[in-house]
Design a protein around this ligand. Sequence first.
Ligand SMILES: C[S@@+](CC[C@H](N)C(=O)[O-])C[C@H]1O[C@@H](n2cnc3c(N)ncnc32)[C@H](O)[C@@H]1O
Length: 499
Amino acid sequence: MRILRRLSGFSNRLLKVESCSITASESLIQLAWISLTQKLRKPPGVFSTMPETETNERASELFLPPTHVRGMTKLDRTSFKKTVTIPVLKVRKEIVSRLMRSLKRAALQRPGIKRVIEDPEDEESRLIMLDPYKIFSHDSFEKAELSTLKQLNVNPQISKYNLELTYENFKLEEILKAVLPEGQDVTSGFSRVGHIAHLNLRDHQLPFKHLIGQVMIDKNPGITSAVNKINNIDNTYRNFQMEVLCGEENMMTKVRENNYIYEFDFSKVYWNPRLSTEHSRITELLKPGDVLFDIFAGVGPFAIPVAKKNCTVFANDLNPESYKWLMHNCKLNKVDQKVKVFNLDGKDFLQGPVREELMQQLRPSKERKHSVHIVMNLPAKAIEFLSAFKSLLDGQPCSSELLPIVHCYSFSKDANPAEDVRQQVGAVLGISLEACSSVHLVRNVAPNKEMLCITFQIPAAVLYRHQTINLENHEDLPLKRRRTDKAFSEEKTQIASNT
Ligand SMILES: C[S@@+](CC[C@H](N)C(=O)[O-])C[C@H]1O[C@@H](n2cnc3c(N)ncnc32)[C@H](O)[C@@H]1O
């Protein structure tokens, strides 16, 4: 009986709310009432029925899918239907567009929901849907909004509308949060590679993997396939082992990065959309006429933009599929005349075509103003390949103008990653790079794991280890460079005395 009396008191209070415009002080009752109507699942429309029972559903859950979808592993879109109560403002239809400009803040913004609807009771009027978290009563309007309402002769009284929400009206995160076990992480992040959403699901998400894949496709226009990474990239060609969760099995895709187009089979080659800034950072460093050797070129994201800058490019990849798509992409981006493509192991490429080209470049020439860059993006292993530079040009004329600039990538889990990478490179080359290298943080790959790029000019002492260094045009070199060369000569003497 006591409960009934309480409920009846509650209804009486709400009756008052219904009969006139709602005031801010009554907004709590309003929210409780909103929740109640959700439970009752009223049909859409402006209404004034009273609530019959109290609920403890939190107002912040208004736009969450219904609780019964929790644990669903096979997507049933129809289960997401839910009715919520929305504040609406009734206005004359001819002033709607003028008014909407002033009510941007207050208007409801949900995917797939019209903010202005016909008034079922009056064809000369429209209902403007308002955000129930911002507008509780006419007092919730800001001064400027009230002033526009006044100017346009609109009564600021708020009515309520029963709005039916469906699967289409919920956002990706809202759906996954409602379905996956409560309190567990809902990762909706993914890498987009053309038409493919590339996920890296955790163990607790795996029972829901097909549903997650389907929701990814539904909620991301242009995505028609969702794949999950099966294991870490530890194979030679750095391509992902993946499982298609939902949608197209076809992994042939097309992406645009920094205005260049790349086509490839994502299941067979390496592609990481998170490297686009790094690709353009390196591209920026080269000037027209420079030469680039790309030792681990993939499908061309360094080689192609650099070639477009009128540089000469030698690009290599061991993976026959990368090689194939690299050639294809050079043609696609119209730089095939500027890029020579190779399918070799990185070491063989360095000691073969790279060495030969450097020797060509060492021939006496008055007009040698260009720089030579070597990009080595195979972070798990690239540092090991640096040993190929040792004595690479022994017996050749030595020119300090032709000391290539290396951009070598590495991962580090060290507390001081830059120092760690410098030391590793120094250990392979047998020389200290402390004063003559720079380290750039590319990205955080995992907690406590960074990807870095170390840039340095290969010391002459490394390229010409068994030979006296006779630096050409030494006096023409910039001061900084002369100092560096001097340091390299001294280091060479030191290495020689150590070995
Ligand atoms: C991390 S990916 C980088 C691809 C491209 N440079 C980029 O930035 O997207 C490394 C590439 O090195 C290639 N690779 C792996 N081992 C190699 C080796 N020993 N010699 C040459 N290429 C190799 C892989 O096939 C892969 O395409």
